[in-house]
Design a protein. Structure first.
Length: 315
């Protein structure tokens, strides 16, 4: 009698890590969650320990053995570099190794990769992430994967919370210098954050590591009230993020309608920025459609772990 096989998909973030155990058809039999597993936050060794604990707990819930696992996909926040991915994969493989039996196929990818697979059920589409940072990943009809953005706050992150917060601070400095008007932003910055002078702003930004993305909700609130400077900041951010979509569409070279799923606190929930960004997209690119994800990110990891999809990657 053939021993049944299973796969595991994991979505590891900065606050929690969720895993699913499924059969080789992708049907989920167990779900479990543990603490954060971002290797850049808790370290590689602790991340590996937690991931292996989660995998074993999933197997226990289904009364299966790790030797029955045919594929494991670990989608982790902070794991976008190939060297780090290889390090985690090798360490997890060693921990799960069962003497005399083949090791399960393990892949480590960035969290946006499994979000993309879950969003479209493994089919082509575009995933836009706009939170503290920003990035866009897409999948073509031929299975090719591409990434735009994700350069971080110094080199990029246009349209992100950091970008919006920084633009708010810049608008206030120009108001102080008399080069432009941003009275609403300037007064709100003083009232909510105590940044009520040139000295306080400079001190907060350069000496106290002020959390610049925390200003994005303030900009949203003021934009909803019609404050001019805040509205202009959101329009600029939305345009720059949409410019990246234009580049993605050229890379994809696909015809017909193309789906876009939005992730991240700036665009995943109802915000003035989300409305402006969607209007920018639909006005500029009539063939794109904004849609909710078909499946969760963790199930996207399950889809990637299935042996049939492993074979597709190798061909």
């Amino acid at each position: 009698m053939n021993t049944p096989g299973f796969v595991v998909g994991v979505d590891g973030g900065g606050t929690k890590t969720v895993g699913e155990l499924a059969d080789l058809n992708g049907d989920v039999f167990a779900t479990h969650s543990v603490g954060p597993s971002n290797p850049n936050v808790i370290g590689v060794e602790e991340s590996v320990r937690l991931l292996c604990t989660l995998i074993r707990q999933l197997c226990t819930l289904r009364s299966c053995r790790t030797s029955q696992l045919k594929g494991i996909t670990l989608g982790l926040a902070g794991a976008s570099g190939e060297k780090l991915q290889n390090d985690i994969r090798e360490k997890v493989t060693r921990v799960l190794h069962v003497a005399g039996l083949p090791d399960p196929s393990i892949q480590v990818v960035a969290d946006i990769r499994i979000a993309l697979e879950g969003a479209f059920g493994g089919r082509p589409g575009i995933a836009v992430v706009a939170g503290t940072g920003s990035s866009i990943m897409y999948k073509k009809n031929d299975g090719g994967i591409g990434l735009l953005g994700g350069w971080g706050r110094v080199l990029g992150d246009e349209g992100s919370g950091f970008f919006i917060g920084l633009e708010a601070l810049k608008a206030v400095t120009r108001d102080y210098d008399g080069r432009a008007q941003a009275n609403g932003l300037r007064n709100a910055l003083a009232t909510r954050f105590g940044l009520d002078s040139r000295f306080r702003i400079i001190e907060a930004v350069y000496r106290q590591q002020f959390p610049i993305p925390s200003l994005a909700p303030l900009v949203f609130d003021l934009a909803a009230q019609g404050e001019k400077a805040s509205c202009e900041i959101l329009k600029t951010a939305a345009k720059l993020l949409a410019d990246q979509i234009e580049s993605v569409l050229m890379h994809m070279e696909e015809e017909g309608s193309i789906g876009i799923v939005l992730y991240g606190g700036l665009v995943e929930h109802d915000t003035p920025y989300k409305d402006i960004f969607i209007a920018e997209l639909t006005n500029r690119f009539p063939r794109v459609r904004i849609q909710p994800p078909l499946f969760s990110a963790v199930h996207g990891a399950v889809i990637m772990a299935l042996p049939k999809n492993q074979e597709a990657r190798q061909t």
